[in-house]
Ligand binder design. Sequence first.
Ligand code: KL2
Length: 589
Amino acid sequence: MCKSLWFQVLGVAAGGAAFERHPMLPHHVQRLGRDCIAHWDIPRRFCWNSHLSNYIRWAGHYSWAPYPRTGVTVNWRPPNFLGSWRLPHFLGPWRPPHNWNWQPDNITQNSFFHLSHPNMESEGDEPPSKRRRRSGQHDICSPNEEISSCNLNEAACLSTLSKNKEENTANIRGMVKRHWEYFCHQSKKMKILEDKQVDQNNTEDKGKFDFTVMSYNILSQNLLEDNSHLYKHCRQPVLIWGYRFPNILREIQQLDADVLCLQEVQEDHYEMQIKPSLESLGYHCEYKMRTGKKPDGCAVCFRISKFNLISSNPVEFFRHDIPLLDRDNVGLVLLLQPRFHCKTTAAVCVANTHLLYNPRRGDIKLTQLAMLLAEIASVAHRKDGRFCPIIICGDFNSVPGSPLYSFLKEGNLNYEGLSIGKVSGQEQSPRGQRILTIPIWPPSLGISQNCVYEAQQQQEENTGGKIKEAKLENTEELVIAAEKFPSKLQHHFKLSSVYSHYSPESGIPEVTTCHSRSAVTVDYIFYSAAKDDSTAQPGVEDTFDGGLKLLGRLSLLTEQDLWTVNGLPNEHNSSDHLSLLAQFRLIEQ
Ligand code: KL2
């Protein structure tokens, strides 16, 4: 990848705030202060424990969020913000005027974000909905700095790469860019980013295989037009597909991921524009359209210089014989063989999905997820009973800390008495009290409570071998658990999330989607961590043949960041979602 592009795209949004350690802070934010390790000559003010005069109490957007919900006032004082203000529990139906006074500045082609800091001094305690109405003006962007902080959920050190000096001087007024966060256990990361060719030669010769994965809901034009009430805050021209597509393609091209997991890919646009364009950039594309009438679907595209396709496995969540499964969402599971990898049998399983939106139908969402996990278990399953490394990308229409999210990450969920409207955490006070049935889906689906195809489970139980025995014990445990706790779901994978859902600099929740009704995280990249990855869970070595080490990720933004650029989509970001991007190293066992 081109060095200059990386640095322009990943330039730092400096001006990070410092927080007092406070009992109200989430545990991981408190730990930030303790674990902060500077790698470069870092100004003290960017270390978490260097300012002790302010604290944050974050209401959070999510009813199930891991964020504390004890108050709504934020007393956060980053250098440019002098007051305090209130954060909303949700974004109200605020409607800015049609041609809202949002003036694009002088923007380079490579800039994604055009950030103006809201003037807190004059806003007092007003909610962002009011502030938004006034924030047509742009302040000067904070100076760029090299900063370091620690990501606590993964108990790993993160460093933030700033723009270099020349780019600092070329900094454009009122603009913020997403930056690259990398984990300190990879000090070679900078080199890797600076020269991908060197990276390939060095790492792959030694049996290491590094690659990047993007997850991006690109907002199908059809859904944009069907849900136009969500985009009233946008200037009309930025909503035209002819305007959006070149921006989306440019973003994909600049971020240069080796694997793309795209959601809301409209079929005609895919065939006529997206697929040909990506092929000309060196990708092979696989696509699964939704069932039913809506003409969008999921695409997984990979760089043919990096991977061979072993298999492509579409998953339809609609089942005409099961009344519960009357929705048209889909998934797509690819098995990829890394090229230039010394272990010729090595494979990586990449799954992509867009789960049902309906906040009240957690029963359907969980069943769709179980179907995806069963397909992944089938595709990633190796002869020795273990799994190849797995990456699951997608728009799960569920927020961090929700039962669905916890199930994915923890590998189990006791759903006894759980209201179906609370599964995804999208609504804080869902209407209706209907609770999940036990079991959630009927046996005719052919998927067990531990999210594998019944046939596969049976087959596994009937086979021998050392690892199989271990597995069998595990299976027996699961069967016992199923009898004892019939309301318990489990899955086989030990999954970690690339993102930890808070800004490492401020502790404020990040978002992956932002429009006039909502600003939350619903998109994720989950992966099976190698045992020496900072996020690896116990038992990972028994489950997987090797694994993935997270080297870095493209930073996300907060709701405040996004409203200073008029939310999403805007002039430069042409979806109502942000792209997620991670770099992994494939580790052999
Ligand atoms: O939340 V999304 O947007 O992941 O960005 O997924 C769904 C929603 C997508 C596919 O169904 O269309 C959007 N209110 C808000 N958004 C909706 C609605 C709705 N009623 N229906 C569909 N979407």
